[in-house]
Design a binder for this molecule. Structure first.
Ligand code: HEM
Ligand code: HEM
Length: 241
């Protein structure tokens, strides 16, 4: 059919840069592992702290990327509180705007999600016990709202937002006045890599076994003398004093 063949050659515009997409799906993976491994009797228990540290590094990356990333990854591109009322008004009238980057409400959820992931990770690192658990589940609830919002917006604007987060592009015809997003600069990329490496270095200085599988309990007791903090079969090298 003509429409099908026309669809195949449809012009697309670049929206999300590759590092941003990698960040998103790695964060989903890290959080899924952190949740599935959170119960003490989980078979994945020894992956909990490691998944949490990975999420911490990813959030660090995202903050830097918000300043030096590609066009729609930058905070200045989507943090526009004054556009919120206009956007919500359109939604309520059943006339949602198909934004190229994040829409005004989406921007709010980006910041909230990042803040809740950071708070979950922070309370985990500081062993805040109950608070860590409560914030973690609040974050999961927020993720539920996030996924529901993505589905609803995709249906309302007839645009696959998940597809865009996978391929990085959207169909140009839906955004007539839009052009390809400005890609990240090489300098920005180098800066982000350096900050991530610095972050990994700082994490390892704080917890030398951060990226080694071991139980959450072992992380809790890592400072107590005589506690087995290293995985079986390894020596004490790299252990904190
Ligand atoms: C996205 C990241 C994370 C999520 C979603 C998460 C989630 C959770 C949840 C739901 C529990 C409660 C388990 C139970 O039912 O007893 C828990 C416990 C725990 N988490 Fe995390 N966590 C994350 C990151 C971290 C990090 C980064 C650390 C440490 C570096 C950590 C250390 C612990 C420890 C030691 C416990 C058991 C003791 C306690 O409740 O404090 N978590 N986590
Ligand atoms: C642990 C779970 C998740 C977390 C923490 C999370 C977090 C985020 C964050 C922070 C963003 C903003 C991207 C940016 O940094 O600019 C985002 C965007 C997005 N996420 Fe998720 N996400 C999760 C799960 C999912 C899932 C399961 C899906 C698929 C159904 C999904 C689909 C999307 C889409 C399509 C966008 C782009 C939204 C837009 O077009 O404005 N996310 N997510």
């Amino acid at each position: 059919m003509a429409t099908v063949s026309a669809d195949r050659t449809v012009r697309r515009i670049r929206v999300w840069d590759l590092p941003l997409r990698l960040f998103h799906w790695l964060l989903v993976l890290a959080i899924a592992v952190a949740i599935l491994s959170s119960e003490e009797d989980s078979a994945l228990n020894q992956w909990h702290v490691m998944a949490g540290w990975v999420a911490a590094i990813l959030v660090l990356f995202r903050i830097v990327w918000g300043f030096v990333g590609g066009e729609h990854s930058r905070f200045v591109d989507f943090v526009k509180p004054r556009a919120l009322a206009h956007h919500v008004g359109g939604l309520l009238r059943g006339q949602p705007e198909a934004t190229v980057g994040h829409n005004a409400l989406g921007a709010l959820s980006v910041l909230l999600l990042l803040a809740f992931v950071a708070a979950t990770v922070g309370t985990g690192i500081l062993l805040a016990g109950e608070l860590h658990e409560v914030i973690a589940w609040a974050m999961v609830a927020l993720v539920g709202v996030h996924v529901a919002a993505v589905v609803v917006m995709s249906l309302m604007t007839r645009e696959s937002l998940v597809g865009a987060m996978v391929t990085g592009s959207k169909i140009a015809a839906r955004h007539p006045e839009a052009r390809d997003a400005r890609p990240p600069s090489v300098l920005g990329l180098i800066l982000a890599v350096l900050v991530v490496l610095g972050g990994i270095y700082a994490v390892l200085a704080y917890d030398p076994l951060a990226f080694t599988p071991r139980s959450a309990e072992s992380y809790e007791h890592r400072a107590s003398p005589g506690h087995q903090t290293v995985p079986a079969g390894q020596d004490e090298q790299g252990e904190r004093d």
